[in-house]
Write a protein that binds this ligand. Structure first.
Ligand code: HEC
Ligand code: HEC
Length: 445
């Protein structure tokens, strides 16, 4: 920036003329910030808040159906939907821990290979999971149910649990209509198709897979229908897990409305952290927009949990899986198979550049969800900031690696400022009714 071009920048306290932001709403009086943000920075800050309304999900007709959400909430907390009857979605996505589990790697029927991400604001993401192997929340929900390391149940068993529980069945039928009885014919209780590298046929195929093969097409279709309905209901519940309204949001509101008191919601320390976040540290390159994620995949070359070379193909595999799934936005279970999400998944190509890339996580609501990163390999926020500062132990910065991260060599003060800013992204608490199974009397809102 040319010195003298903006003489008022010389003063340590910038008086922001609101007229420089888009669509000024308040009176044109200036408001003071603790840090001299430039006009361009202010414009950028205004784009980082508030969290916009949820993007619609036309692939799920039930996405915003309150009864479906209530049914989905019941399933989310139901441990009967697991092989050993002890694991529900909430076992790993524990509401008390920011919908994570506090572990490095997830632990269901067995230890998994990735860290459990939060579900706060999850409906703002276009691709789900670290590798983006689902393109909708409902498609994602189907996966842990049958994953042998996670819940390890089968879609046949899921139908049985719903059919045998009068309250669940009534809720199911109130939303989706009569349960197709063909789904209960034969012996579907323990039936599911082969997953991953499993053998689909012959004596070596897992029993559940053999049971699936023994069903007729009508039975399989009826079971899949219930399975997908369950996914769509769980998705409707997860769409309610929104948390904005953080101190940072009040600060931005203050800039917009010219309200000094609201601007004061962000401490001078956190304001300096924000300047760093957008400036020299350039976190905003990837953690952009009001959910602090560009929705894209990057390779941060993190040290691996147990040392050694990175082995997780990340987005390279995720893209293949989502494109090949019958449950993606373009498939026959989608309620919008020709819409924009369908187009996106049809256009996906598997590219070697994507090897080792993971989706940029949101930075909202970080306070109760350590450890961090796709293997939970960084134990707290201080270690995350330390990593970005020094890139110590960075691995595999070979030909696949985007050369975007540079050693920042942050000072002690800068680290403190950056943490203060991140802490100010903690939203207000969500309705307590969403954090436990729905009670019979009070619907989950
Ligand atoms: C054993 C622990 C475990 C269980 C049980 C579990 N999850 Fe997860 N969840 C994970 C892990 C680990 C990931 C990341 C997966 C990956 O990237 O490979 C994840 C990812 C997700 C995501 C994607 C979040 C994002 O930011 O993209 C959603 C949504 C989700 N789970 C919902 C559910 C639902 C719904 C259930 C129950 C049907 C469930 N999970 C059961 C551990 C679990
Ligand atoms: C090149 C894009 C990029 C830049 C620049 C970047 N990040 Fe990230 N960030 C990511 C990705 C991708 C992950 C997940 C990486 C993984 O697990 O392998 C991540 C993870 C994180 C996490 C962990 C969140 C969680 O849920 O586990 C935090 C906190 C974080 N970044 C903060 C920052 C800060 C602060 C900066 C600036 C100093 C920054 N990031 C710069 C892409 C980026």
């Amino acid at each position: 920036m040319r010195a003298g071009a903006l003489p008022w920048l010389a003063s340590a306290t910038l008086l922001i003329a609101v007229a420089c932001g888009p669509a000024p709403e308040g009176p044109a009086a200036p408001v003071e910030t603790a840090v001299p943000f430039s006009e361009a920075q202010v414009r950028r800050i205004l784009q980082m808040s508030p969290l916009p309304p949820l993007p619609a999900d036309p692939t799920n007709r039930f996405a915003d159906n309150a009864l479906a959400a209530r049914f989905g909430q019941a399933l989310f907390f139901d441990e009967r939907l697991s092989a050993d009857g002890e694991v529900s979605c909430a076992t790993c996505h524990d509401p008390k821990r920011g919908f994570t589990d506090g572990r490095q790697l997830a632990m269901g029927q067995q230890v998994g290979n990735r860290h459990t991400p939060t579900l706060w604001n999850v409906a703002h993401h276009r691709w789900l999971t670290w590798d983006g192997r689902a393109d909708s929340l409902w498609m994602q929900a189907l996966d842990p149910l049958e994953d042998t390391r996670e819940m390890g149940t089968t879609r046949g068993m899921l139908v049985r649990v719903i059919a045998d529980d009068p309250a669940l069945l009534a809720d199911y039928e109130a939303v989706f209509g009569p349960l197709n009885r063909a789904a209960l014919g034969g012996r579907p209780d323990d039936a599911r198709p082969a997953r991953g590298r499993e053998t689909a046929q012959g004596p070596a195929a897992p029993e559940a897979v053999q049971a699936w093969a023994a069903l007729d097409d009508a039975q399989r279709a009826a079971i899949d229908e219930v399975f997908v309905h369950a996914g769509k209901a769980i998705a409707a519940y997860q769409r309610l897990l929104v948390r904005g309204d953080a101190p940072f949001d009040r600060f931005v509101e203050g800039l917009r409305e010219n309200d000094a008191e609201k601007v004061g919601s962000l401490s001078p320390e956190a304001q300096r952290g924000l300047a760093l976040f957008m400036g020299r540290a350039n976190c905003v390159l990837c953690h952009s927009g009001p959910n602090f994620s560009d929705g894209e995949f990057h390779n941060n070359a993190l040290p691996t949990l147990h040392g050694g070379e990175a082995r997780d193909p990340g987005r390279f595999d995720g893209a293949r899986v989502v494109a090949g799934s019958p449950f993606n936005a373009a498939g026959s279970y989608s309620d919008d198979p020709d819409g924009p999400a369908a187009l996106r998944v049809r256009q996906l190509r598997q590219s070697s550049e994507a090897w080792g890339e993971f989706r940029t996580p949101s930075l909202r609501n970080l306070n109760h969800r350590k450890p961090f990163m796709h293997q939970g390999q960084l134990e707290d926020l201080a270690s995350v900031i330390e990593f970005y500062s020094e890139l110590e132990g960075a691995t595999g910065r070979g030909h696949h690696q985007e050369q975007v991260l540079v050693r920042l060599r942050l000072t002690v003060g800068e680290k403190r400022d950056l943490s203060a800013f991140l802490a100010a992204l903690e939203g207000s608490q969500a309705a307590p009714g969403l954090l436990a199974p729905p009670s019979q009397s009070a619907p989950g809102r």
